[in-house]
Design a protein around this ligand. Structure first.
Ligand SMILES: Nc1ncnc2c1ncn2[C@@H]1O[C@H](COP(=O)(O)OP(=O)(O)O)[C@@H](O)[C@H]1O
Ligand SMILES: [Mg+2]
Length: 255
């Protein structure tokens, strides 16, 4: 049962044998993982590997077919509301209100978290200024580019100042400058002691930012460790080489 802040052996997320079946597709196939408090955790894998499905289950947006997971000791199935109160999610698919401005969206999400109006105002101002998003935030989101939408989504994930943050491909569609700034920003979350689960196809940046990475393929864990340990184990000079060597096994074997 939930114990609020006390994590199990320093693990703030404990996943046991998680399975998600969609008709004939096993999107997540018996995944077990432990993520430590304050860890920057790179959650990597090719398209269709099951990353978003896993994150959706952990965030209480999708019911597992089998298996369990605890977040800060709370069961994702039985104590979903507690879990939702602790986490921030930057989903892969943006869900914002197109006829509201960025600022209005941010304030709305703040109030959905039950925050008080003055706290919302202050928090939103800080986020928007840190992201260099003050001008864009005044515009209605229906005119946003893909990259601007991603920036707004990241801020929405952080509006309640959550301890645990899930970022599902946060920099997709951003220009180089926005991406650089976003990576710095994500790095700073770690310095604030947040636990961050980060999914990205920019393996180089995952290598630079992550304390540990998991690589999944076909819904199964195929590698876990620090970037350094994985590079050493696979005699590679960078994590991308490790990634390319071990993923797509079934494609290479013609299975
Ligand atoms: N709602 C759904 N219905 C049916 N299949 C799905 C659904 N969501 C995801 N899938 C399938 O599950 C697999 C994993 O998808 P996903 O978790 O989105 O992968 P990733 O985020 O790693 O790219 C894919 O084969 C995908 O097509
Ligand atoms: Mg995905």
């Amino acid at each position: 049962m939930g114990n609020g802040s006390a994590a199990q052996n320093g693990n703030v997320i404990v996943i046991k044998d998680l399975v998600k079946q969609f008709d004939d597709i096993t999107a997540v196939n018996g995944l077990s993982l432990e993520i430590r408090k304050g860890e920057m955790f790179g959650f990597l894998g090719p398209n269709g590997a099951g990353k978003t499905t896993t994150i959706s289950m952990l965030c209480g947006l999708l019911e597992p077919t089998r298996g369990t997971a605890q977040i800060a000791g709370y069961d994702i199935g039985r104590e979903t509301q507690k879990v939702k109160g602790l986490i921030g999610v930057c989903p892969q698919q943006a869900a914002v209100f197109p006829f509201l401005t960025g600022l209005e969206n941010l304030r709305l999400f703040g109030s959905l978290h039950g925050m008080e109006t003055p706290a919302i105002k202050q928090r939103v101002e800080t986020l928007v200024n840190q992201a260099g998003f003050a001008d864009a935030a005044k515009r209605k989101t229906k005119g946003y580019s893909g990259g601007m939408m991603r920036q707004l989504n990241l801020m929405i994930a952080l509006v309640s100042d959550p301890e645990i943050v899930f970022l599902d491909e946060p920099t997709v569609g951003m220009d180089a400058r926005a991406r650089r700034r976003t990576w710095e920003y994500i790095g700073a979350l770690k310095d604030q002691g947040k636990t961050v689960i980060l999914t990205t196809h920019y393996i180089e940046e995952a290598q630079a930012l992550s304390d540990r990475v998991a690589i999944i393929d076909y819904g199964e864990l195929i590698a876990l460790g620090t970037p350094e340990a994985l590079m050493e184990e696979h005699e590679a000079n960078d994590l991308e080489t490790v990634f390319l060597n071990i993923t797509g096994r079934r494609i290479m074997e013609g299975l």
